[in-house]
Write a protein that binds this ligand. Structure first.
Ligand code: FAD
Ligand code: DLZ
Ligand code: SF4
Length: 509
């Protein structure tokens, strides 16, 4: 039966069972469409990387003998909507069947389900063959539980998939989690390893994207582009990471520095989320490196937890609670994003670095996203939905299923604490402990009041004071409220006034 099979921009897995052997009656279609480039303002690198990856997969499939119809952004046949393009292709090939891999995003899932249901030909949705878990597996694990603690889920996954488990069915090393051995600040030694990503010149593609009128932000780095094109490149990058950076990943996973933007992180989220790499192979390689004594257990376990634990867990949260999840705003935060989210030009050195590298590289590591940008946003009371759109646009790895739970839930606590046991907020002290940002900052990390006071400090106390009703009964936050109790009403009022001044003049900070 003549069949059209749709491949989306984050379904770039050449090992999918669809491609086992070329079949004359199957036409694979990939489309560069304005409906996808424009639903949020994207970083230039994200658009280039996805188009380049799609083009590369199309080429690989063609070379392997498959039939491919590629609708490029400047193709005159391209109507820039999946539905209109599919109507055209189904008619063009006189297809009797339409198939697609389950989209990972709620919006697209709805759209393609509706489209398929309205067709007069047969339509099927198949698995993308990527994740460890099914979509509702996480919800099943937490069935009947009020709190969705990641660690509980993670242990079950370790056992179920036999990852870092001893012959006696216990976790290797006698512990499930070695986090307390990690979280060190980086003193500059060991050196940050070299970047193993291959370089490409995507200038032509970037010209085409610009000529099409697609709006974007951030540095394109089109002539010296470093995100992987395909699985082969992603594997080289992964192997380089395991050999050179993973041994130090655990110890320094929360560290930040003006001298090294990437430190010992793997930068594989783009390759993973576009499915060039499979999470099982990443986990298996990391476990093998540990078993071969090439990396310490603290690093291997810490890294595997991110992928087998957090990544699968947030996806389960997404599918259980969408579409409402994205609307949560438990603190009723309404402030617009400051202008400097789009330029990095703020006097706060930590924010300037975290946002600056996001604009420069379309990437920032977890602690920049959580404890610098997210922390400030929550303390200042930025609107979570606007912030969600910024995170979804700026990061190379941002797809809603992983970005939304991390932003709305983990970082902004906007869901009222389903995902995080307490808000991830801190004053300057934490940022100073984990980085070299505060030395040399325009602001004084110790001061709470006055023109030179670090904005995080007043905002921190004001946050707890103004959100008493939501937070005061949380046993994990006792300390902050005990300290507030010791302050005089005058000093609290002063902090509140300082916080109000920061909020009302936020563009100048
Ligand atoms: P490494 O530090 O090397 O970690 C390895 C892998 O673990 C990552 O590639 C990723 O696949 C996985 N991982 C680590 N932490 C998480 C997590 N919290 N949730 C899911 N997977 C995780 N990650 C995304 O992939 N896409 C996003 O859109 C995204 N948005 C985020 C937004 C906020 C506010 C926060 C706090 C975190 C977000 N993360 C997101 C998680 C994390 O910051 C990135 O996965 C990580 O920085 C990617 O860089 P890396 O590959 O070098 O990661
Ligand atoms: C993010 C993105 C962009 C910018 N462009 C395209 C595109 O032109 N064609 C496409 O198929 N996919 C694109 N994507 C990815 C999708 O928007 C979407 O985020 C994922 O498919 C959801 O899982
Ligand atoms: Fe950031 Fe405050 Fe430190 Fe400056 S002093 S780098 S604003 S935490």
């Amino acid at each position: 039966v003549k069949t059209i099979r749709l491949i989306l921009g984050d379904q770039l897995n050449p090992l999918h069972s669809w491609f086992q052997q070329p079949r004359d009656e199957v036409v694979y279609v990939l489309m560069e469409v304005r409906q996808e480039t424009d639903y949020v303002l994207h970083h230039a690198q994200k658009i280039i990387a996805i188009f380049a990856g799609m083009r590369d997969l199309a080429q690989q499939l063609t070379q392997a003998g498959h039939r491919v119809h590629y609708l490029a952004i400047d193709d005159p046949d391209n109507q820039h909507l999946f539905a209109a393009n599919l109507d055209f292709l189904i008619a063009h090939y006189q297809a009797q069947q339409f198939e697609y891999q389950a989209p990972d995003e709620w919006r697209l899932r709805q759209q393609l389900h509706q489209y398929a249901a309205g067709l007069s030909i047969a339509a099927h949705c198949v698995d993308s063959e990527h994740f460890y878990t099914t979509e509702n597996e996480v919800a099943q694990v937490f069935d009947g539980r009020k709190k969705w603690l990641m660690d509980y889920f993670y242990r079950q996954m370790r056992v179920k998939h036999n990852v870092l488990i001893d012959a006696d069915a216990q976790p290797v090393g006698g512990q499930w989690n070695f986090d307390h051995d990690n979280r060190k600040a980086w003193p500059g030694i060991p050196w940050e390893p070299q970047d193993f990503r291959q370089r490409h010149d995507h200038s032509k593609l970037w010209e085409t994207i610009q000529a099409a009128g697609i709006k974007s932000f951030g540095e394109p780095h089109a002539a010296d582009f470093y995100w992987p094109l395909n699985r082969a490149e992603a594997l080289l990058q992964l192997d380089g990471f395991i050999q050179h950076a993973l041994p130090h990943f655990g110890a320094f996973q929360d560290a930040m520095s003006t001298k090294a933007w990437r430190l010992f992180h793997s930068l594989i989220s783009f390759a993973l989320n576009t499915k060039m790499l499979n999470p099982r192979e990443v986990v298996a390689k990391v476990e093998a490196a540990y078993r071969a004594d090439q990396v310490p257990l603290t690093s291997a376990e810490g890294y595997i937890r991110q992928i087998l634990g957090w990544r699968e867990y947030v996806r389960g949260v997404y599918w259980e609670f969408m579409p409402d999840y994205v609307e949560h705003n438990v603190f009723n935060h309404q402030l617009d994003l400051p202008d400097w989210f789009w330029t990095g030009k703020t006097k706060m050195r930590c924010m300037a670095h975290a946002i600056g590298q996001s604009l420069e590289h379309a990437h920032a590591h977890h602690i920049h996203r959580l404890m610098v940008i997210g922390n400030f946003s929550l303390l200042a009371g930025l609107n979570p939905s606007a912030l969600h759109r910024w995170y979804l646009g700026v990061y190379i790895d941002a797809f809603e299923w992983v970005e939304v739970p991390n932003t709305i839930g983990m970082s902004q606590y906007a869901d009222g604490g389903l995902l995080a046991t307490k808000p991830y907020v801190s004053s300057a002290a934490y940022i100073d402990r984990m980085s070299d940002y505060c030395k040399g900052c325009h602001y004084d990390k110790k001061a709470r009041i006055g023109e030179k006071a670090c904005p995080f400090n007043a905002l921190y106390w004001d946050f707890y004071e103004r959100n008493r009703t939501v937070l005061a009964n949380n046993p994990r936050i006792g300390m902050a409220y005990q300290q507030l109790k010791k302050m005089t009403p005058e000093s609290i009022a002063q902090l509140q006034q300082q916080a109000e001044e920061i909020r009302s003049g936020i563009n100048a900070f």
